[in-house]
Design a protein around this ligand. Structure first.
Ligand SMILES: [Mg+2]
Length: 384
């Protein structure tokens, strides 16, 4: 057998910025556009893998720098199958530059692209490549319930009921922007409309300053039987997560912007989360996400990965303690799907897994060009 069958010959990176159709509000910020980071890794023989992440609402220019200047040069000429060794070398390289945040996101999407490339080279859909040969779909919950100008509790209830009418058995809304009384009005309206049998998740997006502050809203919402309350505090305030978990009957969920297994271990050791929402495009790629999921299994904690359903559907399928993917039904809030050439089909509360190799989709190059922050230099290519 020839050595280096999957020798990496180039890495390309792009930075699109996609405006939202409507300015959308979270507990503590407004969003009018989103920046994304995209990579493509090509091996000799032509096999290609893709990776992608959300970068934030400004500073999307930073991600290509991390890929091009720091990490991609390490990959050129290497065997794409050497995933574990490459992860360690990439991580060694980021030690001084950023073990969380944009540099870790750059590492994450390169790792993702390696998994995609290797699964495509093996002619297997990613979930099968990862060990789930029988799965054909995964459970999904509808994520929405954002704040918009003029949106009433009734409008919110209608939105949630719409998701249920589409077949979702679980829905999520935002909380934490308004007064405790107004938040209760929103949640009551939704619970009354969707009935008692639909799981109702609530995402506070780091809304509250401390446990007393959080309890003013959270205690009012206990009677509506929420499935979990997500990101109540700053992610660094792990002790408050743990204290809130002890003080309310509502399970606490967090982890969407955490990176690395060590930080997740701290969340688990402190009993700060009943649910981990680690995101493979954030936490260190598919390689690190799997390590975190396996560790969480040892603590009997389930995974409900954050955000991109296209990425997480195969991971959830291949992970025994992963339960559901988050799904944004349209592109109002998560507009990343505008960059993809294929969407996952949805049926009866479940997303149908792609049957084609790797992640099962590609970037729509026309759209990548259209949304590129620098239209004169859409893809930066690093090659030997
Ligand atoms: Mg969230």
């Amino acid at each position: 057998m020839e050595e280096n069958l999957a020798k990496i010959i180039s890495v390309s990176v792009a930075a699109p910025r996609i405006p939202l159709d409507k300015v959308t509000y979270f507990s503590n910020r407004a969003v009018s556009h989103r920046d994304y980071g995209l990579v493509k890794i090509v091996a000799d023989g032509g096999a290609e893998g893709i990776g992608f992440c959300y970068v934030g609402t400004r500073g999307g220019e930073l991600l290509p720098l991390a890929v091009a200047k720091l990490l991609a040069p390490l990959l050129i000429g290497r065997d794409s199958l050497d995933v574990e060794a490459l992860w360690s070398e990439l991580y060694q390289e980021v030690l001084l530059q950023g073990r969380a945040g944009i540099v870790m996101r750059a590492l994450s999407i390169l790792d993702m692209a390696l998994w995609d490339l290797n699964a495509r080279s093996a002619s297997l859909p990613l979930h099968k490549y990862m060990g789930a040969s029988q799965a054909d779909s995964v459970a999904a919950y509808a994520s929405g319930g954002y704040y918009l100008d003029g949106k009433t509790p009734d409008d919110l209830a209608a939105e949630m009921a719409h998701y249920v009418s589409l077949g979702f058995k679980a829905v999520k809304l935002k909380i934490g922007r308004l007064s405790p009384r107004d938040e209760e009005d929103r949640v009551r309206a939704v619970r009354e409309r969707i009935g008692p049998d639909i799981a109702l998740m609530m995402d506070a997006n780091n809304a509250w300053k401390d446990v007393i502050d959080a309890l003013q809203t959270v205690r009012r919402l206990e009677k509506y039987s929420p499935f979990f309350v997500e990101e109540p505090f700053s992610p660094d305030d792990i002790d408050s997560h743990a204290a809130l978990a002890r003080a309310t009957s509502i399970p606490v969920a967090t982890g969407e912007i955490e990176a690395g297994r060590w930080r997740h271990k701290e969340l688990l050791d402190k009993r700060a989360a009943a649910v981990l929402q680690s995101d493979a495009a954030v936490c260190g790629g598919i390689t690190e996400w799997r390590r975190i999921a396996a560790m969480a299994a040892g603590y009997a904690i389930p995974m409900y990965p954050h955000w991109f359903h296209d990425l997480h559907a195969p991971l959830v399928a291949a992970t025994p303690n992963a339960r559901m993917v988050e799904c944004f039904w349209d592109s109002q809030v998560l507009n990343f799907r505008k960059l993809l050439d294929r969407q996952l089909d949805f049926k009866d509360g479940r997303l149908m897994l792609h049957k084609t190799p790797g992640l099962g989709f590609a970037f729509d190059e026309e759209k990548v060009r259209h949304f590129a922050m620098d239209p004169t230099n859409v893809w930066t290519k690093i090659a030997s």
